[in-house]
Design a binder for this molecule. Structure first.
Ligand SMILES: Cc1ncc(COP(=O)(O)O)c(C=O)c1O
Length: 389
């Protein structure tokens, strides 16, 4: 054979004749093409993976591990958390349906509902996170097919009674979907509380290092797992095998990291509560904070994300606080090893039930640094804030 042909055929077999080495993690297979052993297997989708988009070794290992984490019948992977939320909704909704979405939902999910779902004939109604489960489900009309929850809510951290909403919805034949990025599938397992689909941005705590995007949707039944799988297939989503491997690696240390994030977050939150510039701390795991009882009932721990309200001051003082911080980065995508801070008021404007905190709302992500160093950094920021008032 010519050299071109020999080069194309080269390296396909082991040079030693031994099977591949067994490593702790799965092999990172890279491939769009999957080679089938014979003609009969080309269309035998039950027995063979026939395409490389989602079925390679690292994808498979990550899906299996996430099924274990979420107590799910099936898990699908998506290129980002937003893609998981939009993909799961597209998989279960059709034109003419109505979806009830909590008003404290992550803002890009709202954008998807208001723009994409609307274009495809699905109506979205936003509900107050503090509406009772009875009023929420009791007020749903016949067109409602899905209720979307996020607990605690983005930026303002209201807790929802997930189990009560899921039970009432089930009795009415309405599906429930929870964005459980705060709980990371570990601090609470929504499927165990009756939720049908649990979504999380793996980008945050599962990845844990602020360098990979991915999302997952976990299904409580094999029928829903099939629906999610078909949705991914129809829309052609793929995640890279390297990214799947990274997520699996992150998953191994998720409980250890979350423990530290949660502990340090509570230490910082308790300290903030005693500072004269702080009006209120919004951390559901902090005793005495809003909705603490619901958190204590349902969660095994906390992550490092919470909010606090500053005493009223002009916007320039908020900027002075943020600009003074040396250890906290100013950035949005949380869940990594590093601490972050943002101001939130700009993002609250799109809400239907606008909360009035009487002062600027801030959000912190507490990373893996020593909490005493973080507290010293925040104290310097609050000094700058007080000076700018
Ligand atoms: C609650 C919540 N859900 C979903 C997402 C989206 O994740 P991704 O950045 O992977 O799209 C985020 C991102 O900040 C989030 O905070």
């Amino acid at each position: 054979m010519a050299e071109e042909t020999r080069l194309i055929r080269s390296g396909l077999k082991s040079s030693t004749g031994k099977p591949p080495a067994k490593t702790v993690g799965p092999p990172i297979q890279k491939g769009s093409t999957v080679l089938l052993p014979n003609a009969a297997s080309l269309y035998d989708d039950d027995a063979f993976i026939t395409y490389g988009r989602q079925g390679l070794a690292a994808h498979d290992a990550l899906k299996a591990a996430l099924c274990e984490l979420e107590n799910a019948k099936g898990v699908e992977l998506y290129p980002s958390g937003v893609a998981a939320l939009s993909g799961a909704m597209l998989a279960v909704l059709r034109a003419g349906d109505e979806v009830l979405v909590v008003d404290t939902i992550y803002k890009p999910t709202r954008r998807f509902c208001d723009h994409v779902l609307k274009r495809f004939g699905v109506t979205t109604r936003y509900y107050d996170p503090r509406q009772s489960p009875e009023d929420l489900v009791g007020g749903a009309n016949e067109a409602v097919k899905l209720i979307v929850l996020e607990s605690p809510g983005s930026l303002s951290f209201e807790m929802q009674d997930i189990a009560a909403i899921a039970a009432l919805a089930k009795a009415r034949g309405i599906l429930t979907l929870a964005d459980n990025t705060w709980g990371a599938g570990y601090l609470i397992k929504p499927l165990d509380h009756g939720v049908d689909i649990a979504v999380q941005a793996l980008t945050k705590y599962v990845g844990g290092h602020s360098d990979v995007f991915m999302g997952s949707a976990a299904a409580a039944s094999t029928r829903l797992a099939r629906q999610l799988c078909d949705g991914v297939l129809h829309l052609g989503w793929a995640v890279s095998p390297e990214d799947a491997y990274q997520m699996l690696r992150g998953l191994r240390t998720l409980p250890t990291r979350l423990g530290r994030h949660g502990e340090s977050g509570l230490a910082v939150a308790a300290w903030l509560r005693g500072q004269p510039e702080v009006a209120e701390v919004l951390h559901p795991a902090l005793p005495g904070a809003p909705d603490h009882a619901l958190w204590a009932r349902d969660y095994t721990g906390a992550c490092g994300l919470f909010g606090f309200v500053l005493r009223p001051a002009p916007e320039a003082a908020v900027d002075a606080f943020l600009d003074q911080l040396k250890l906290f980065g100013l950035g949005f995508s949380w869940g990594g090893f590093e601490s972050l801070a943002i101001s939130c008021d700009h993002q609250l404007k799109t809400r239907k039930f606008h909360p009035d905190y009487g002062g600027p709302l801030m959000r912190l992500h507490i990373g893996l640094e020593d909490p005493n160093d973080l507290i010293a950094d925040l104290r310097a920021g609050l000094d700058a804030y007080a000076k700018a008032i």
